[in-house]
Design a binder for this molecule. Structure first.
Ligand code: COA
Length: 209
């Protein structure tokens, strides 16, 4: 309430994006570019079509406050879907520190786990907020060797101001912290391959580990 007037606080909606959200793509890309400029880092540059496709493929999560864009992130797969990243996390400056990034990250992570349950989920970031959220979800710090060797992923680093460092160090070190969620490490016990083979024979299909 302000001076007796009622204030309407609009609900923050966080949802899996679809083709109806394509109208937000240019705003999303501009907000990502502005944030990268402010932070003095680079970003993996994506086109309008690339992001719109992520929406059509149910690989993107958007936050809206009424009709206004509030936040976004999308999922990418690498190395034959053996690795997944939740990428391009952005919350509009008007809506920061409200827990929106956390809600978006929780949803992209859940989506990734559901669609590729055997994939390793990794993150390469210099952002403290992202490191905190990754840790809460069970990601562990790793060396760059533990990440995908998919060239398409590493090409995303070429737009970063620190790319010369990465190149000089043969992709082994850079300014960013590498973090990895390995689904196998989150199982309480490791089942020997011969037992998996026995179960596969009983059920008539292979069990991936
Ligand atoms: C980073 C960003 C996505 C955070 O969005 P947000 O909606 O304000 O974050 P949340 O409110 O959900 O906070 C999530 C967690 O990060 C922490 N956090 C948020 N902003 C932070 C900051 N600038 N520095 C340190 N921690 C921060 C919060 O305290 C919270 O942790 P907690 O759960 O332990 O309290 C947003 O500031 C942003 O878009 N920044 C520019 C783009 C960017 O840096 N993207 C990440 C690329 S790696």
């Amino acid at each position: 309430m302000h001076n007796g007037e009622e204030e309407t606080i609009e609900e923050i909606k966080v949802l899996v994006a679809d083709e109806t959200h394509e109208k937000y793509v240019d705003t999303i890309l501009q907000t990502i570019a502005d944030a990268a400029k402010d932070r003095g880092t680079g970003i993996a540059k994506r086109t309008h079509e690339y992001v719109a496709n992520k929406m059509r493929e149910a690989k993107a999560v958007i936050a809206l406050v009424g009709d206004r864009f509030a936040g976004f992130s999308y999922i990418e797969t690498w190395g034959n879907k053996k690795y997944v990243t939740t990428s391009g996390l952005i919350v509009h400056p008007d809506f920061r520190h409200l827990g929106i990034a956390k809600r978006i990250k929780d949803m992209t992570f859940t989506l990734a786990r559901m669609r590729w349950p055997h994939a390793k989920i990794f993150s390469l970031t210099s952002g403290k907020a992202v490191m905190k959220m990754n840790t809460a979800l069970g990601y562990q710090p790793v060396t760059f060797d533990d990440l995908t060797d998919d060239e398409a992923f590493w090409r995303g680093c070429e737009g970063c101001v620190n790319y010369p460092v990465l190149k000089e160090r043969n992709r082994k070190f850079c300014i960013c912290t590498a973090m990895l969620f390995d689904p196998e490490e989150h199982l309480p016990a490791k089942i020997p391959q011969e037992v998996l083979d026995r179960i596969a024979a009983l059920e008539g299909h292979a069990i991936e580990r």
